[in-house]
Design a protein around this ligand. Structure first.
Ligand SMILES: Nc1ncnc2c1ncn2[C@@H]1O[C@H](COP(=O)(O)OP(=O)(O)OP(=O)(O)O)[C@@H](O)[C@H]1O
Ligand SMILES: [Mg+2]
Length: 385
């Protein structure tokens, strides 16, 4: 770790040293990724449970910045079962997007790198470890097996191309072989109709700025679903929309998911959306999973003080409060994480053990896990469960 001056600034010399060291590390990762004709055996793996579509296993994703190494995702494990929706919640900057971008291999490179862990993707008859896949192979997976709906529809569409051209391009790229232009256009129109755009022929000819936010997001959903992916990542897909459109888009997503029987990893800040959409919930805090369980377990029996705080900070219909609860304090600096529980400095429920190292996972039910010292008496002796 670099030595810092009292004010927290690095000297020029120190920054140059870090930059050089970072380049050395990231170049090695990049070289690995850019290889051609890599044998499949290198990234072939086995699912721990064949009923899962994706398994994140001890994922570590770091950013090698000039100020130091940002440990954005630091040992995340959870799974997305086939045909289910998993909601990922947590406050801004806790690593939700970085986790999903690691699965898509869309991290900002070269500084963003998966340094440890596996992301197992179920391909039906086999499984791939996405973290070990070279760029060449990843290109074939993206869109076909995993696709992503981004938060801001305006920035995910290209402003200088017509909607039709943009959706056509996705289809041509992934399923274009042997198809004529007319075939592709017909499929685009069909997709636009599927996502509830009434004037599909008209919208085909329009530019993104001619559409409303809700319609743009529908177009993005159409593009993401163009190749019937097995896993859909929705990264706050409705944050930029107003509530009524939000409800429509959520309905749409749910129906489409059932139609193509895929799994959704749903990232959001909005607990109401989670309650409505998700089967399972993963609660992240400062780059780690602090609690996970079924939606019922997390909502009716939250265990981690952070989850309890989140639940207390949401408004409840019919309940009169003067002021909504807010969790005190702030998240620790991701460059300099403490070696004890990351939530300890903000926690109002600390127990004796909390001074120890980062707590390991305690199993509360077959599906409910929490990383907190308050439940250590429930833990069978013998470390991680
Ligand atoms: N390109 C990058 N370079 C350096 N650090 C980054 C980069 N991208 C993300 N980070 C850091 O990684 C951490 C996790 O970011 P991430 O975008 O995953 O948060 P998030 O949970 O999705 O937050 P939000 O809810 O605001 O979208 C943050 O501390 C962020 O500063
Ligand atoms: Mg995000």
């Amino acid at each position: 770790m670099a030595k810092k001056k009292a004010e927290g600034y690095l000297s020029g010399r120190e920054a140059r040293r870090i930059a050089k060291e970072n380049r050395r590390i990231t170049n090695a990762f990049e070289k690995q990724r850019k290889r051609k004709n890599v044998p499949e055996s290198e990234y072939l793996t086995q699912m721990a449970d064949p009923n899962n579509a994706v398994e994140f296993d001890n994922l570590h994703t770091y950013f090698y910045t000039d100020a130091g190494v940002v440990k954005s995702v630091d040992g995340v494990s959870f799974e997305v079962p086939i045909g289910k929706t998993v909601g990922v919640v947590g406050e801004s900057g806790c690593g939700k997007s970085v986790t999903s971008l690691s699965l898509m291999q869309l991290l900002q490179r070269p500084q963003g790198q998966v340094v440890e862990g596996e992301i197992r993707l179920n391909m039906g008859d086999k499984a791939y470890d996405v973290t070990k896949m070279p760029n060449e192979q990843m290109q074939k997976i993206r869109g076909n097996y995993v696709s992503m709906i981004f938060q801001e529809p305006m920035t995910s569409l290209n402003p200088v191309f017509r909607i039709g051209e943009q959706v056509d391009e996705v289809i041509a790229l992934h399923h274009g072989e042997g198809k004529t232009k007319e075939d592709i256009k017909a499929r685009t129109i069909q997709l636009l109709e599927m996502v509830g755009i009434a004037n599909s022929q008209g919208v085909y000819q329009m530019y993104p700025h001619e559409l409303s936010g809700g319609m743009r997001q529908r177009v993005c959903i159409a593009m993401a679903l163009a190749c019937s992916p097995k896993v859909i990542i929705a990264d706050e897909p409705t944050t930029a929309l107003d509530v009524t459109i939000q409800a429509q888009v959520l309905d749409l997503l749910r129906n489409l998911k059932d139609k193509i029987n895929s799994s959704i990893m749903f990232i959001t800040h909005d607990l109401g959306v989670i309650a409505e959409m998700a089967d399972y919930v993963v609660v992240m805090y400062a780059g780690r999973v602090v609690e996970k369980g079924t939606v019922h377990e997390i909502f009716s029996n939250p265990a981690h003080p952070y989850t309890i705080g989140l639940m207390a900070s949401k408004p409840v219909v019919g309940k009169q409060v003067d002021k909504l609860y807010s969790i005190p304090g702030k998240v620790p600096n991701p460059i300099d994480m403490p070696n004890y529980c990351y939530f300890k400095d903000r926690c109002e429920m600390c127990v004796e053990g909390c001074n120890g190292e980062y707590p390991c996972q305690v199993q509360l039910s077959p599906t409910h896990f929490v990383s907190c010292y308050r439940y250590y008496d429930k833990k069978n002796q013998g470390g991680e469960v």
